[in-house]
Design a protein around this ligand. Structure first.
Ligand SMILES: NC(=O)C1=CN([C@@H]2O[C@H](COP(=O)(O)OP(=O)(O)OC[C@H]3O[C@@H](n4cnc5c(N)ncnc54)[C@H](O)[C@@H]3O)[C@@H](O)[C@H]2O)C=CC1
Ligand SMILES: O=C(CO)COP(=O)(O)O
Length: 337
């Protein structure tokens, strides 16, 4: 830990990396954003905006951008990672030798790695060779475009070490961003990753015009299958009724700002997968993570029918009307099983 002003490095100048950099700056941190493209770093520094991801939003003066990962990482108390979940491993392998000693690594990502079925904090601990008590997660109902307008939101900062979570909480607490601590990292990460898959399902249902009863049913049964997986993986079931579970699920499933929800809506309206991918400019994590979440479910022997349905529609070309019929005609059961 350095003395004086807290220093944060944010790797990833997309929507959420940039919006969270604003939060950190508004909370009093000095922030260096790492951008892949020199023209974006240059635009951030010269216009104080991110024209590609958050046009029209003025960034605080204490946010600077660079394409040099060593410059971004130097002396950072918090190293925040905001790249797509499926590229994190390769990205972090390149950055790991540059990280400041004792820095806390913070994941903003909501995905599960394809192939390994690992959560982002597991990938981070493995690649950066740090113990899990130096890895934290920020999650909850935090649509980047709303946060960037300083609209109010609560969030969760999770770390196995509660003292680290409290330090991060202090570093990102502003009048519009209210973070709560939690030590259930597994539950918090699963809540974020699986809600993207349920967001796709709700989007598909909305696109098909299935109505609000269908939406309420999918959100609730989606939360039930998330909780089942969480229990099998040692999470605290109460986490799923909190911000990282229900809170994020409700925001995603009701907002046109959600990329996952919008992606699903396009599919439900009849666009093909290729057409939908072509009109989606930003990361919709559920599209890939539905497969890794299903993998995780199978590894733990957990039934996740909505996730399985989404995989069928997105990756196996199953028509949504057929998938709906199959989902509704599953054998009858008790609600709590
Ligand atoms: N946008 C939102 O409202 C929220 C997003 N998240 C999560 O944050 C994570 C990042 O999402 P966003 O910032 O929204 O995505 P985005 O699509 O807006 O930005 C992604 C960033 O990653 C960079 N990137 C893409 N491919 C890369 C690669 N191969 N190597 C290095 N950098 C690469 C892009 O240049 C861009 O800066 C995701 O896991 C998402 O689920 C979480 C909460 C809110
Ligand atoms: O995670 C999010 C809100 O908390 C953002 O959701 P999308 O990635 O679907 O836009």
């Amino acid at each position: 830990m350095t003395h004086g002003t807290t220093k944060a490095a944010v790797f990833g100048t997309g929507s959420w990396g940039t919006a969270f950099a604003m939060v950190l700056a508004d909370a009093g941190c000095d922030v260096t954003l790492w951008a892949r493209r020199p023209e974006l770093a240059e635009a951030v520094n010269s216009t104080r905006t991110n024209p590609d991801y958050l046009p029209g939003i003025e960034l605080p003066a204490s946010v600077r951008a660079t394409t040099d990962p060593a410059e971004a990482a130097a002396g950072a108390d918090f190293t925040v990672l905001a790249v797509p979940s499926q590229t994190l491993r390769d990205n972090l392998a390149a950055w790991a030798p540059l990280l400041a000693p004792d820095t806390v690594l913070v994941s903003l990502m909501k995905g599960v790695e394809l192939g390994t079925a690992k959560r982002m904090s597991e990938v981070i601990a493995e690649v950066a060779k740090v113990t899990e008590d130096r890895v934290a997660v920020v999650t909850g109902p935090n649509l980047a475009k709303e946060i960037a307008k300083r609209m109010p939101a609560a969030a969760v900062v999770a770390c196995r070490d509660e003292a680290v979570a409290r330090r991060l909480q202090a570093a990102c607490h502003t009048p519009y961003f209210r973070p709560y601590t939690n030590t259930d990292v597994v539950g918090c990460e699963l809540g974020g990753a699986v809600k993207n898959v349920i967001g796709l399902a709700v989007g598909i249902a909305d696109g098909m015009g299935l109505g609000d009863n269908a939406k309420g049913s999918l959100i609730t049964r989606g939360l039930a299958e998330t909780t089942r997986l969480g229990l099998a993986m040692g999470a605290d079931p109460l986490t799923f009724s909190g911000l990282a579970g229900l809170g994020d699920l409700v925001a995603t499933c009701s907002s046109p700002l959600s990329r996952n929800h919008t992606f699903g809506t396009n599919l439900g309206r009849g666009m093909t997968l290729q057409e939908t991918i072509a009109v989606t400019k930003q990361t919709a994590e559920g599209v890939k993570s539905c497969e890794s979440v299903l993998d995780l479910a199978r590894r733990h022997g957990v039934d996740m029918p909505i996730t399985e349905t989404v995989v069928g529609i997105v990756h196996e070309g199953k028509p949504p009307v057929v998938a709906l019929k199959e989902l509704m005609s599953r054998s009858a059961k008790a609600e709590r099983r």
